[in-house]
Every structure is written in structure tokens, then in C-alpha cells.
Design a binder for this molecule. Structure first.
Ligand code: GYE
Length: 320
């Protein structure tokens, strides 16, 4: 048998399996991935974390995971610690789009490849990362807008829309707003009367919706950049004595289980799908990078849209 890296790895593995070597010796050959997560702000994020952890385990990748509690400085710290630990690959979901060049240059100088998952950065220098995998957030905003245009086609207006934005400066907040506005601006009967951030959480979604309702009861539509904020807002709407999905048409994005439950209960009109199940494609990208294969610069997630009328039928097959 020729002694290549592969045959050596195999020999070590079987020696470790037969107890000749401690398992730790073999574990050293595992690919090490440092993942800097945004936080645990939403149902989407929880499903994303679970997808990354379980697929790393299934792929035999040694995952170092950190939760930045939605703070960029924490993510930068985590990335720096992965550089110091000399991990094989760094992946992260940038909480906001700007301010990453310095740390990404540090990773580049240390020759550690970086994969962006879910959210992107707006760096001019695209050599700072290998690939960006995730959804097309502008398209999600457009889908939300198109659904609304169709739903309101016989309504002469004016149609007053309030918007709950995601985290300020984050790619999904910027792009979902952009895509939605691009569609509704074709008809002047649509007016965004109020727009504020709810930071992608239920608690803030509720709080901001309460403030919207206090300021002006004349609201026909709520466009929430994610399901959690919509679910928080639904509570505020009910507490104000109004009927969600009837008095106020509600559109949100993600299509997590909580949104399906709200749709089945008749409280949410539609949710545009945004899949958090990025773990398997991340692990295969990490393996490809280590094997020296080249990857496309952009890997886009395929997704649909679910109006409340199909919610009960679709619910059993939902995976997040
Ligand atoms: O829509 C939201 C989460 O970046 C796509 O982040 C993700 C967004 C998702 O907190 O629920």
C-alpha cells in the first residue's frame, strides 16, 4: 500500500476504531469550521442554528459555534478567535452589511477561506470571501408586494401600509424593503404610512405595532420583514380590539411553523418562504473548499410563498 495522506488517514481511522489509537488522534484530521452566528432572535435563526449543528455532526466536521446576540462587535471577536485558533474554514452570517473589511482581510492574510451564509456583506472586494449562500431577499420582498397587489386589485384605495423592518442595516431588512417598494410603487393607491424597525423579534414587533396603532388606527396592511415580528404584532392588534388578517391584512416572510399556526388560526394572511436549512450546503461547500474545488460566488436558495388558504395542507410537510 502506497503511503498517501488518504491511506494514512484510513489506517489511522481503523487503528482508532480497533482501539490501537485514542480517538482523539484521529479526530485531529477532522475539518474544523468556525461559525459566527447572528444570535437567537427568531424562529428562523433557531432553525438555522439547528441545521448547521446537525449537518456538521452528520458530515464529520468539527464545528466551533458562537452566538453574537445580534451584535457586530461580538461577531468580529468570534471571527478573530477562529483566526487565532487556525480553523480550516470560517463561515458567518453578517448581522449587518457594512464594516467587515478589516476582519475579512485578517482572515485572508491568515489564508483562512470565508463563506458567507444567509446574509451578505457589501464589501467591494469580493475576494474577501469564497461564496455567499442564501436567499434572494429582494425577490422575497417582490413576492410579498405582488401578493398584495393581486389581493387588493379590486380595492380603489388609498391602502395604508405599516412596515415592521428587520435589523437596521441588515441585508434582509434593506432588500426586502427594496423589493416590496419596487412592486407597490407602480400604483399610487399604496402608501407606506409608517415604517420602523422591530429588530426581527416578537417582543419588538409587538411594541412597535402598539405604537403604530396608538398613533393612527387607519391601518389597512402590515408588512413585517419576518414572521416573529408579525406574530408579536398580531398580539398588539388583538389587544387593540382589532381582528388580525381581517381588519388588517398581514404579510410576512420566513414561513416558519409559528407563521403556519397563525395562518391556520386565521390571523396571518400570507408568508413568503425563506429557508433557514443552509447546513447541508454549507458543509458540502466546506468540504469542496478543503478539496481544492472552486465554488460559484453565489448559491441562491429556492423558495415559495404560502397564503393562509394552503396553510393547513402544507403544515405537516414543513421542516422548520
Ligand atoms: O428572515 C429573520 C432572521 O437573515 C434571513 O434573520 C434571515 C433573517 C430572517 O432573524 O427571521
Amino acid at each position: 500500500m502506497k503511503l498517501t495522506r488518504r491511506t494514512l488517514t484510513k489506517a489511522l481511522a481503523s487503528a482508532s476504531l480497533t482501539g490501537l489509537l485514542p480517538a482523539a488522534a484521529f479526530a485531529q484530521n477532522k475539518i474544523v469550521l468556525g461559525f459566527a452566528q447572528v444570535g437567537a432572535e427568531s424562529e428562523w435563526r433557531t432553525a438555522n442554528t439547528e441545521s448547521i449543528k446537525s449537518s456538521a455532526a452528520a458530515a464529520g466536521i468539527d464545528l466551533k459555534f458562537s452566538d453574537a446576540q445580534q451584535k457586530q462587535e461580538n461577531q468580529i471577536k468570534a471571527i478573530r478567535s477562529y483566526i487565532a485558533q487556525k480553523v480550516d474554514v470560517i463561515a458567518f452570517s453578517p448581522v449587518v452589511e457594512t464594516g467587515w473589511d478589516t476582519v475579512l482581510l485578517e482572515a485572508k492574510a491568515a489564508k483562512i477561506p470565508v463563506v458567507l451564509t444567509d446574509r451578505s456583506v457589501n464589501s467591494k472586494d469580493t475576494s474577501l470571501y469564497v461564496t455567499f449562500m442564501g436567499s434572494d431577499f429582494i425577490e422575497e420582498g417582490r413576492k410579498a408586494g405582488k401578493w398584495l397587489v393581486e389581493k387588493m386589485k379590486d380595492n380603489k384605495g388609498p391602502i395604508n401600509i405599516v412596515e415592521l423592518q428587520g435589523t437596521v442595516g441588515s441585508a434582509p431588512a434593506i432588500d426586502r424593503k427594496k423589493g416590496f417598494e419596487e412592486i407597490i410603487k407602480a400604483d399610487p393607491k399604496f402608501k407606506i404610512t409608517r415604517s420602523q424597525t422591530g429588530d426581527f423579534t416578537r417582543a419588538k414587533g409587538k411594541e412597535v405595532m402598539e405604537a403604530f396603532l396608538k398613533a393612527d388606527k387607519n391601518i389597512n396592511v402590515l408588512f413585517a420583514h419576518n414572521d416573529d415580528m408579525a406574530i408579536g404584532a398580531i398580539q398588539a392588534i388583538e389587544e387593540a380590539g382589532l381582528k388580525p388578517a381581517k381588519d388588517i391584512t398581514i404579510i410576512s416572510i420566513d414561513a416558519v411553523k409559528g407563521a403556519f399556526e397563525a395562518m391556520i388560526a386565521g390571523k396571518l394572511n400570507v408568508s413568503v418562504e425563506c429557508s433557514p436549512l443552509l447546513g447541508p450546503q454549507l458543509m458540502s461547500a466546506v468540504k469542496d473548499i478543503k478539496a481544492g474545488k472552486s465554488l460559484p460566488k453565489r448559491i441562491v436558495t429556492e423558495e415559495g410563498i404560502f397564503p393562509m388558504e394552503v396553510a393547513a395542507k402544507e403544515f405537516p410537510s414543513r421542516k422548520y
